[in-house]
Design a binder for this molecule. Structure first.
Ligand SMILES: C[S@@+](CC[C@H](N)C(=O)[O-])C[C@H]1O[C@@H](n2cnc3c(N)ncnc32)[C@H](O)[C@@H]1O
Length: 230
């Protein structure tokens, strides 16, 4: 299996990575304590009006980082309608996309068929799912879970990477409640630099920091993590 070889981007400052991504991952109603039923209802409502909950474009941060990686095998955890998985597949990655919303997975499958892309779609709860083989890359965008559950998912991710494999994660930062816009307002499912550093302790952390994301005229605050398995 190939390793994810990463060329560091010329400028890794937070400013250079802050992109416009109005699809951060939460409107404030879909906190991590929501089960798959709530998410299914949200995705079904969008599908009924021939729309989608999230954009077709990949998350700006994930795209900016992964664009420099050599394609290999990847997992998109909590993929939603698959915007990041589809972008990876377009770039030659062999992707498994996992979400516990069967409605979101079906939407992703339809998009993939429309685009002529192959993605391995899996309906599963990521708190219990383990990839059948080690992978070169795992991406996680706005998975909203209580801290202990998220830490356990990150530990599983760490153990499921090939040596040299990368974890790229973005989530809503806890400071977003006071200083940012949008996103879930339940602090229990928000992250901090410290909580992600502890959760990813089994990996070599390349970056773990807050990142501002433009939402219209305002800014949302995310936490981002880039880490490598030794
Ligand atoms: C905010 S959305 C983000 C979707 C996608 N990552 C994106 O950026 O477009 C969060 C997603 O996490 C999924 N999710 C939440 N908890 C989950 C769990 N325990 N297992 C699997 N999926 C989960 C939801 O169904 C939802 O699709």
């Amino acid at each position: 299996m190939k390793r994810a070889s990463r060329r560091p981007p010329p400028n890794e400052s937070a400013d250079s990575m802050s992109g416009t991504d109005t699809n951060g991952g939460g409107s404030g109603t879909g906190g991590g304590t929501s089960g798959s039923d709530a998410w299914n209802a949200r995705y079904a409502e969008a599908a009924a009006s021939d729309s989608s909950v999230w954009s077709l474009a990949p998350n700006g941060f994930i795209a900016s980082i992964v664009a420099d990686f050599a394609p290999g095998t990847a997992v998109d955890l909590a993929c939603g309608e698959g915007r990041n998985a589809l972008w990876l597949a377009q770039r030659g990655w062999q992707v498994t996309a996992v979400d516990f919303s069967a409605v979101a997975i079906e939407a992703g499958r339809r998009r993939a068929d429309h685009l002529g892309l192959e993605v391995n779609w899996v309906v599963a709860d990521v708190t219990g799912w383990v990839p059948p083989a080690l992978v070169d890359l795992t991406v996680v965008a706005y998975l909203q879970l209580p801290a202990t559950e998220l830490a356990s998912v990150i530990a599983t991710c760490a153990g499921s990477l090939e040596p040299g494999g990368m974890l790229v994660l973005i989530s809503h930062d806890i400071d977003n409640i006071a200083r940012g816009v949008g996103g879930p307002q339940n602090p229990a499912v928000l992250t901090s630099v410290d909580s992600l550093r502890v959760a990813a302790a089994d990996l070599e952390i390349e970056r773990c920091e807050q990142l501002q994301r433009r939402v219209g005229d305002a800014m949302a605050i995310d936490t981002v993590l880039i880490a490598r398995r030794a």
